[in-house]
Ligand binder design. Sequence first.
Ligand code: NAP
Length: 243
Amino acid sequence: MNKVILITGAARGIGRDIAETLAKNPDNIIIANYNKSEEQAKEMQLKLKKENINIEIIKADVSKRDEVKKMIEEVLNKYKKIDVLINNAGISQYKLFNDITDDDWDNIININLKSAFIVSQEVVRNMIQNKSGCIINISSIWGVIGASMEVAYSTSKAGVIGLTKSLAKELGPSNIRVNAIAPGIIDTGMNARFSEDEINSIKEEIPLEKIGKTADVTRCVQWLINDEYTTGQVISINGGWDI
Ligand code: NAP
């Protein structure tokens, strides 16, 4: 049976790897959301097309209810269902606590946390009707243990964990599983600000002595999609950085 899978923020980084990898399974129908990276989304679609793989790309700022509503309506009109939602879109910010403005705070919370609330709410109505669903929220190691200079980001990602656990309890009876992945440091544009020396000293703190790859997160996503008895969990993919 086909699985309709929506991934937010899927034109770049972790979301893109998830989209491209899952698209290789012909049973999956991939809906790749993007906001600013239209060019990269189109380039990904074309690249896959050359391999005879079709994916849908769809624009929406996931922090905005009206845009999300329109996106979900469009998907449901065409495919009638959404089986898997991956709330991946996110931004980070590195600032001293005292320098964080109200706008910084609102922006991070809206894009990283409110988006997961809005998109999940719009999708869950359909999942409840179908008595089936899988939601995977991409949190962060910093949502678990907190990060200096990333208070707003860590707070948003801790919020994602709260959303995951409470939603898992509420939606369990409807056969909808809700889990979070908390990656450590993964090699994407989000970490472009680090110098080589900084990356090397981060590696020294990680028991597996390496930076994660997007594929490390994708493998966990694949496992969670296929699993049937895991819900409300936060899975740490971080090379042992938090032990
Ligand atoms: P990335 O390469 O910077 O990509 C971020 C993605 O989020 C982009 O696809 C971007 O889409 C999307 N996005 C941002 N604002 C959006 C909005 N308003 N609406 C829709 N999409 C939006 O970062 P990444 O490393 O892949 O991060 C993906 C997720 O993993 C994030 O939630 C991040 O917090 C989390 N994470 C990353 C790491 C890491 O080390 N990389 C570690 C832990 C957790 P557009 O470009 O189209 O706007």
